[in-house]
Design a protein around this ligand. Structure first.
Ligand SMILES: Nc1nc2c(c(=O)[nH]1)N[C@H]1C(S)=C(S)[C@@H](COP(=O)(O)OP(=O)(O)OC[C@H]3O[C@@H](n4cnc5c(N)ncnc54)[C@H](O)[C@@H]3O)O[C@H]1N2
Ligand code: MOO
Length: 418
């Protein structure tokens, strides 16, 4: 099978997501990071009544045209307990921030512009008509659609939803992503490794990316390099009703790379295997009944790159995102000279400098600041210490010509995914 371009691979992955996951109602405080499933409208006006924005006195503006003037205090309107009655000529009501404006009053005089003496208040400064009053519905009105389906909910959305009168929101269920590391050489994080062993570092790292994207990570542990061990864990993923099974490693061509064979024995329909990218060439895709299969390569940097390119968009599609294939790159300036690229799309680990270049765009007069992306000299896909020092992946298309420092380039910011 020849290498397929990254865009084709992504289209095939997304085409194999049949439909978004179902919807559940969740209390607001548990909605952080969840994907809103439906448009949500306000159940009431906010504020629901004309309200005072200041502590002071509610008056009729005609009574305070000439100042100083003395008004008769007839009661108090507090937040949560309104004054019942009407403000008549030469009358005032003591009012506090957030309290309903009494009938008859049209202006609030702030406390600092008055003097109170018994049941009289002397207004010393002439107020602007209707000052310090928030009209009913100033913020929003009942029926206004303020939260759109597809939003990834944060504290701002939750505060707004609460003010709109909601206690729960309809969100997409978390897509269930089973993650299976494979290899005789692997031990779990924290376990003592034998002399020929290493830690399955991409198991917790991938789980974190899944959770950040709004999925639920199901840790299937480590399968050994036997068909029996692999098939047992694949069955565990089916039993867990996983939407996606992600395998880590065993995707390449060696005798111990049995993942594809094990999946095929269970009935996998292979989508593609091997993509024209670096790192991550052995990436595999398929389906086992309704379960999407993503075989990520074993090298931990390769698995992270493939998770960014294929797994996260698949999770977004499951969450009902209308554009799961939205371009994740942004503009930057190259910080070093680079040779011409080969036939695979390259994702180079790069640091992003905080000093930003001012760049004149050819098609626009304005100048925009851009970060400088400097690729690390060593690009070994096993090296996590370099990945940790990389804020971005610098994307180089297949056969890109040699490039020079200062030229425009495209980068993927890793903080969006990791
Ligand atoms: N003859 C060829 N050899 C290799 C090719 C090839 O095309 N022809 N491709 C290379 C590339 S590119 C990659 S990437 C790797 C990936 O192959 P596999 O997916 O089969 O990965 P493994 O062989 O199982 O492991 C590779 C490497 O990564 C370590 N590993 C595995 N799982 C984890 C994990 N969960 N966390 C951390 N590290 C892991 C494993 O110990 C190996 O060191 O193949 C090349 N070879
Ligand atoms: O493509 Mo491999 O993923 O170069 O390391």
């Amino acid at each position: 099978m020849s290498l397929i371009p990254v865009e084709d691979a992504l289209s095939r992955v997304l085409a194999s997501v049949a439909k978004p996951v179902s919807i559940e109602r969740v209390p607001l405080i548990h909605c952080a990071g969840r994907a809103l499933a439906e448009d949500v409208s306000a159940l009431r006006d906010q504020p629901p009544f004309p309200a005072s924005a200041m502590d002071g006195y509610a008056v009729r503006s005609v009574d305070v045209d000439q100042v100083p003037t003395s008004l008769h205090l007839i009661g108090t309107s507090a937040a949560g307990r309104r004054f019942v009655g009407n403000v008549g000529p030469q009358q005032a009501v003591r009012i506090f921030t957030g309290a309903p404006l009494p009938d008859g009053a049209d202006t609030v005089v702030i406390q600092e512009d008055t003097e109170q003496s018994g049941d009289q208040v002397i207004v010393k400064e002439r107020p602007r008509h209707s000052q310090h009053i928030r009209k009913a519905g100033l913020d929003f009105a009942a029926g206004d659609v303020l939260l759109q389906a597809g939003l990834c909910l944060d504290a701002r959305h939750i505060g707004l939803a609460a003010a709109m009168g909601h206690g729960t929101l309809p969100v997409r269920c978390k897509p269930r992503i089973a993650i299976l590391a494979t290899g005789d050489e692997l031990v779990r994080a924290g376990e003592t490794a034998g002399p020929d062993q290493i830690t399955a570092s991409s198991l917790p790292a991938t789980a974190l990316m899944v959770e950040k994207a709004g999925g639920e990570a199901i840790d299937l542990g480590i399968a050994r390099d036997t068909l029996e061990s692999l098939e047992e864990r694949i069955q565990a993923a089916r039993d867990a009703k996983a939407d996606i099974l992600v395998t880590l490693g065993g995707a390449s061509v060696g005798e111990h790379d049995l993942v594809q064979q094990a999946l095929q024995q269970q009935g996998m329909e292979l989508g593609f295997w091997r993509v024209a990218l670096r790192p991550g060439k052995p990436q595999m895709h398929g389906k086992l009944d309704d379960m999407l299969l993503l075989g990520l390569p074993g090298n931990p940097v390769s698995s992270l790159v493939c998770a960014v390119l294929f797994l996260i968009p698949a999770i977004r599609a499951l969450l009902g995102d209308a554009q799961p294939d939205a371009d994740p790159t942004e503009a930057a300036i190259l910080g070093a000279d680079l040779p011409a690229n080969g036939p695979r799309q390259d994702y180079m680990r790069a640091s992003l400098s905080s000093e930003e270049f001012e760049v004149a765009l050819t098609h626009r007069a304005e100048r925009i600041p851009l970060p400088v992306a400097t690729p690390h000299l060593i690009q070994d896909s096993s090296m996590l210490s370099i990945l940790e020092r990389s804020e971005a992946l610098l994307v180089r298309p297949p056969h890109a010509p040699a490039a020079h420092a200062g030229e425009p380039c495209r980068v993927i910011r890793l903080s969006r995914f990791c």
